[in-house]
Design a protein around this ligand. Sequence first.
Ligand SMILES: [Zn+2]
Length: 416
Amino acid sequence: MSRTRRVNCIIPPHLLDKLLESGNSGVRKAALDTLLTTARLRGERGVRASFVGAASAGNGRRTVFDCQQGRFLPFAALAQSEDGPASADESVKRAFDGLGTTRDFYRSVLQRNSVDDRGMRLDGYVHFDVQYNNAFWDGRQMVFGDGDESMFTDFTGSLDVIAHELTHAVTEFTAGLAYHNQSGALNESMSDVFGSLVKQWSMKQSAETADWLIGSDIFTPGIDADALRSMKAPGHAYDNDLFGKDPQPAHMRHFVHLPDTEREDFGGVHINSGIPNKAFYLTATNIGGFAWEAPGLIWYESLKASSVDTQFQGFADTTHQKAEELYGADSTEQLAVLAAWQEVGIRISGVPAGVARARGRAGRNGARGRSAGQDGGAGREDGLVALNRQVEALAAQVAGLSKAVAALQRERVTHG
Ligand SMILES: [Zn+2]
């Protein structure tokens, strides 16, 4: 058990730090208050976190409490539970519904019984502190600030934020990815992936129609920003005077090396998550259709098969392996995974470069050909062209294999 508490916040430290440089004293004060409160929470000993899971099993029963602008959770008042009447408070209702939608997604799509798969109860606390510009999961419950209403709105309004935070709990109960450097960026990416999938699932959006944005609802209309992060285009979620430019990379060649300190986001866990985020987005759009189906399942099984110190390479290899176990070797799904990681600069271990390139082409074109057949959308690649490219790719593979066989034969002659 760690002595300090792990507090997973939706607003990363680099963004609040940037606000401290603002010329507006109100903006600086709100950012400073949020940073100080979060630091105080982290400093509290993680005693209660050790009882996680033992709290009580109950198929993810929800309870929402009202902090009434206080910062001490035990003083919060019960506002809505599974048995009682609905609250008249909009924040309470939204938090209750968001916890429920996330729980239902995990139950019906991934057959997971609440975040711990043992029915852990889901407690939410709303109206935390005054103008608190954040929302977090502290190992036991989800806490929402109201936002200052000048930059940030009430955090209960974002389903992807709620699902992002609860997925930190799922990760904690499965791989336990350490919150530092690459494993930490994977931890953040898992929360973005499933955060986005819960939103897509609730709105019945396909990979093609989804916005792939994280936190698109947290800014007030006066703020010129699409969202906190974009999985489709990491590095392009915002670019304004207040927040600066979105620092996320979308390729390994732009991996950001930062010190493993709290101030530097534990090695940029909210920054380098752009790379695996983009790999998931590419996998989902290569396969086409609903991203929570094959892509989500491949990622979920890979998360469960990962461990505390899994790095990008190890996770990529696992997704390739899981795609094969679930859908077969060289299936559309496996080829899509291979091509996606290659596009962000990660080559799957054991797949020779030439074959990877050929397979990558087959995967992308094959997948596009399939989705064109599924929904017959105009402007999609012609099926015959796709088929031709697949044949081309297969020919390249056969050529590669013949070379390998010839090499083996030569070896047998030499050593035999
Ligand atoms: Zn997070």
